[in-house]
Design a protein around this ligand. Sequence first.
Ligand SMILES: [Zn+2]
Length: 453
Amino acid sequence: MIHNVIAMSLLIRNGLLITPRRVLRADVKIVNGVITEMGVGLSTSGVDEVIDASGMLVLPGVIDEHVHMREPGLEYKDDFTHGTRAALKGGVTTVIEHPNTLPPVEDPGKLASKARPLESKAYVDYALLGVLHDGNIHLFEDIVAAGAVGFKIFMGPTTGNIPPPSDSSLYEALSKSGRTGVTIAFHAEDHSLVTYFTEKVKAGGGMDPWLHIEARPPITEEYSIVKIATIAKQTHGRVLIVHISSIEALEAVRKARSEGVEIYGETCPHYLVLDKVDYQKHGSLIKVNPPIRGGIHRERLLEAVGNGLIDTLGSDHAPHTPEEKKRDIWSAASGIPGVQTLLPIMLDLALRNVFPLTRVPALLSENPAKLWGLWPRKGSIDIGFDGDLVVVDPGGETVVTEEWLEYKYKLSPYIGWRLKGRIRYAILRGMVIYRDGVITDKPVGKWIRPVKL
Ligand SMILES: [Zn+2]
């Protein structure tokens, strides 16, 4: 345990700063939680603590924009304490918590009653999304006023069984998004097509885990994205398509963007590093929605991460119990935990030159901060921003083991993986909350509301 984490001032010296546009050697000084000075050879006099980052990479703290920590209501799967400890060990200093908890975050009161109790449990900062469905579009502005950084709409069946919106509700929600500039994240799988294909494949009698791919083919994603984009084009809504898993979905986003729709794309590490053959080894463990398709889809997604067609990476951290995951492919729960391995996997890919290192802070910090109203407070190493940083040893290694993982249940397909790069420090608002394997003894995370510009 680390005691006395609250240093009034902290200087990180001689590190190589990785930003979306450049790589530079500079010191960073954080005073009272905020970055106050950057430059070469900053004075150490009067500084409470100095971290020597020689030979290290310094990145902005990661914002994992897509987590389901399961609290309140689903703590038997996992909880906010385990989830945010896992986050900080993985270099994530802010999480954006999705709204399909129990009760779902569908009105201002439920937002506040979810957000406040989490503050005593949060090891990292957190922001909350509200959910939109047919019954609550009229509360859009009130939920924002209560502190939501944005919304989620589920177009297809998912954990929590929130029904998809009617087309008119979708139009109304995207009109409000257009007027306010508030982002809506879409789980874009068409409900009726998913149901149709799933029933058809199940009726064939097969039980092979990879049949999950056939039960939710790319057209279910593409069709849903085209519908959302068509309405967003008319209403100027601000759209993020989360967990993109296929070429068809990528192409639908690219096309909508070329027509002037404000549409962004997220993918997740599991679509980049797992493949169809992994169903043989892991079975239902890697059942997620939309499915891990592998092959050419995986190749194109990796390209899209490198070339900017994909804007953000989220973990879609979605823990379940071993009993819920060990069932056959049709009855197993969908989702895997991933908040702790998000940055380690992305660093590994970048350090093996799959895409440039500068894409990591763009995808994991700057872009999510801008999408979710956290800019210019979080998401960049710059004067005036929160002192949220991660210090990484690029020559080190991260070995994923059950002991290393902080999840309640260690159900990760990455156990045994050796990844390039090792996180040495995680710093939240100038506080060293993680230091060489040791987590702070205090949950110092705060509820973050949108920055008013
Ligand atoms: Zn999700």
